[in-house]
Design a protein around this ligand. Structure first.
Ligand code: AMP
Length: 190
């Protein structure tokens, strides 16, 4: 299996690059943010719970997020591999993902991290907020909170994969196609 964690701060381009990677490599795309938003739209109990955190730019609690992700992985027993987009975001989630994949005799192949500086992220998110309709992209305070949460709670996940020699940073600024080519080169080298 080819299992990729696509990592990076909010606004780094994970969603855009995931779409291109799943088309090229035939992987299943699991974006925890997208799954939460679909639940909010569908008015589920999970959606109501997730919304109360997402609206503030906070992380949805680990046990909820991990349970949801595990059920999505288990729904795809014949997958050639997965792109995990926006997950794991905490050390506990990274540990849980390792355990989950090991239960299906698999493992994370690599973490690809899109590197983009904070000023550029703030600009991109506000711009995205204009057409995405995402409330969490329209409020500068919520955006800053998400960047802070990323710096404080999510950065340790990078060390988790560095220790396993699975971390690869990719410059996330530039043309979408150039970034995509660099991601593919990193995958093919592995
Ligand atoms: P995203 O679409 O990845 O930017 O995620 C939007 C929001 O969903 C985040 O700001 C969090 O509130 C929530 N979220 C997405 N993925 C996770 C995760 N792995 N753990 C906790 N909360 C998450």
């Amino acid at each position: 299996m080819l299992n990729i964690v696509l990592f990076g701060p909010p606004g780094a381009g994970k969603g855009t690059q995931s779409e291109k990677l799943i088309n090229k490599y035939g992987l299943v795309h699991l974006s925890t943010g997208d799954i939460f938003r679909a639940n909010i739209k569908g008015g589920t109990e999970l959606g109501t719970l997730a919304k109360s955190y997402i609206d503030k730019g906070q992380l949805v609690p680990d046990e909820v997020t991990i349970g949801m992700l595990a059920s999505e992985v288990n729904k795809n027993p014949n997958a050639k591999g997965f792109i995990f987009d926006g997950f794991p975001r905490t050390h506990a989630q990274a540990e849980a993902l390792d355990a989950l994949l090991s239960s299906i005799n698999s493992t994370i192949t690599m973490m690809l991290a899109l590197e983009v500086e904070e000023d550029e992220l703030r600009k991109r998110l506000l711009l995205r907020g204009k057409d995405s309709g995402r409330a969490d992209d329209q409020n500068p305070e919520v955006i800053q909170n998400r960047i802070n949460v990323y710096n404080n709670e999510t950065t340790p996940v990078k060390h988790f994969y560095t220790k396993q020699s699975k971390y690869k940073g990719i410059n996330g600024i530039g043309e979408i196609d150039t970034i995509f080519t660099n991601l593919c080169e990193a995958i093919e080298k592995k």
